[in-house]
Design a protein around this ligand. Structure first.
Ligand code: PA5
Length: 454
């Protein structure tokens, strides 16, 4: 299988003296990258680093569940938030046909339509539930902690609707939970009601969980290539384990982002896929990078208030929305382009008639050529303004490449955690807001906090 490629040429200082990385900087920094990667591996098996070994798991439980339930459900509704939703959303955009939910039952075969509810907007929830044929719907409630208020509220709302639609005794046949093996309300509810449950391994946190049941169960149910995803992630794991320093893709990604931020003042990390299929990978990355690296304290407990700001974009769409700012606004951004070597389909722009002669330059080109030209021209134009970019190109958007890309970004995040010297696996800021919500919603035990919230 072809591997993705990584190009950091446009991060290098150019002859016009624009601020960029110099060969000397790279050489000086290489041992730190090697040390950071070693530290990630040395700590494997401890803390929340269970994600490192996920590529080599056996996906059979997910495939068996899918086979046992084939044809039974017309809709799969995922309820989750943050790391419990963004991974499957990224997989669905990348690997299911566009407008998948609009395919006819014949076109979908035994695959259910897929909806992800990751908000508590009452209008969205109402309109979605009104659309679903609940008698033919499977609801996958996903929560690592099994307590997150938003997801639990979603579960309660949906459960009541299910009871009305199928009767209380049959509700469990329409539910499947993905949660921590031991703790949390969801685990207890599942046990009490007899709901089938999949473990989200204790040593894997939400934003690193896409290659657990969190991503792989809905992926299997909608017949994505789960084995291909794991094969791609495994191949990337081998690549990362077998290289060092700037040759190592995870180290190179983390190193560029870290140096651009800390040495060159470019703290905004824009991820801009030139592929609509990869649009939600940028969204997933945004959470991974932000929650892992945005920390008040370093690992020695010193206040650092550190962390780059991840931003998502989409080529070519955001060339007509954000690019002006990237070119001429503050020089505080490093762009990552996600390019695609080969699209699945070819669309040739027809030659225009005599009434549109000025469009003749487009005629005969493919849309893929136009996409590639826009990506190249944008990187070039940014470079003229001294604005750095790096490019990751996947040969094509398939399960293998997506698995590799997701694992690469997870490992890059772990390496970046070492470079920033922060705990990449906690999220105290998120926890505080969760607790404040409990307090405002009247959860027993949080009364004192409720009094503090103005
Ligand atoms: O990465 C994380 O840990 C968070 O973003 C969680 O995924 C998010 O808060 C949802 O938590 P849970 O899966 O426990 O419901």
């Amino acid at each position: 299988m072809d591997r993705l490629s990584f190009d950091m040429t446009r991060c290098m200082a150019d002859e016009r003296g624009h601020g960029g990385l110099s060969p000397k900087m790279l050489a000086t920094f290489a041992p730190r990258l090697t040390g950071a990667l070693r530290a990630v591996y040395d700590a494997a098996g401890t803390g929340m680093r269970g994600w490192i070994d996920l590529p080599r798991q056996d996906p059979r439980p997910f495939l068996d569940y899918r086979n046992e339930n084939a044809g039974r459900y017309d809709c799969l509704l995922v309820i989750g938030i943050g790391g419990s939703a963004l991974g499957i959303t990224a997989l669905a955009s990348a690997l299911l046909p566009f407008y998948y939910n609009e395919l006819s039952p014949e076109e979908r075969g035994t695959r259910p339509r897929l909806y992800v509810l990751d908000n508590v907007d009452p209008d969205e929830t109402t309109d979605l539930l009104n659309r679903l044929d609940l008698e033919r719907t499977l609801v996958n409630v996903i929560s690592k902690s099994g307590t997150t208020g938003e997801s639990m509220a979603g579960y309660l709302v949906v459960k009541e609707r299910l009871e009305a639609a199928v009767g209380a005794a049959a509700v469990k046949d329409h539910l499947v939970f993905t949660t921590d093996p031991a703790g949390g309300a969801l685990r207890r509810i599942g046990t009490t009601l007899g709901v089938p449950m999949f473990d989200l391994p204790a040593a894997v946190g939400g934003r690193f969980s896409v290659l657990t049941a969190v991503g792989l169960l809905p992926a299997a149910l909608t017949a994505m290539d789960v084995q291909g995803l794991l094969a791609g992630a495994s191949d990337m794991a081998d690549w990362i384990a077998g290289t060092e320093g700037w040759e190592n893709p995870a180290c190179a990604f983390a190193g560029v982002q870290f140096l651009e931020d800390t040495a060159l003042g470019r703290f905004v990390s824009v991820m801009m896929p030139y592929s609509a299929r990869l649009r939600d990978v940028a969204d997933w990355y945004r959470q991974l990078w932000a929650e892992s690296l945005g920390k008040a304290e370093d690992r020695q407990g010193r206040v650092v208030n550190t962390g780059p700001l991840p931003v998502k974009g989409l080529g070519v769409t955001d060339q007509h929305s954000q690019l002006q700012l990237y070119m001429e606004g503050p020089d505080d951004k490093i762009l990552t382009f996600l390019g695609v070597g080969e699209f699945a389909t070819e669309v040739i722009v027809p030659a225009p008639g005599p009434e549109a002669e000025e469009l003749a330059y487009l005629g005969g080109h493919t849309l893929a050529e136009l996409m590639a030209a826009e990506q190249r021209s944008t990187a070039w134009a940014l470079a003229q303004e001294g604005r750095p970019s790096l490019t990751i190109t996947v040969p094509r958007v398939d399960a293998f490449s997506v698995g590799a890309l997701l694992y690469l970004l997870e490992m890059a995040t772990a390496v970046a955690g070492e470079l920033y010297d922060v705990d990449a696996y906690n999220q105290p800021g998120v926890e505080l807001s969760k607790q404040a919500t409990y307090a405002l919603m009247g959860r027993p035990g949080f009364e004192a906090l409720a009094g503090e919230i103005s």
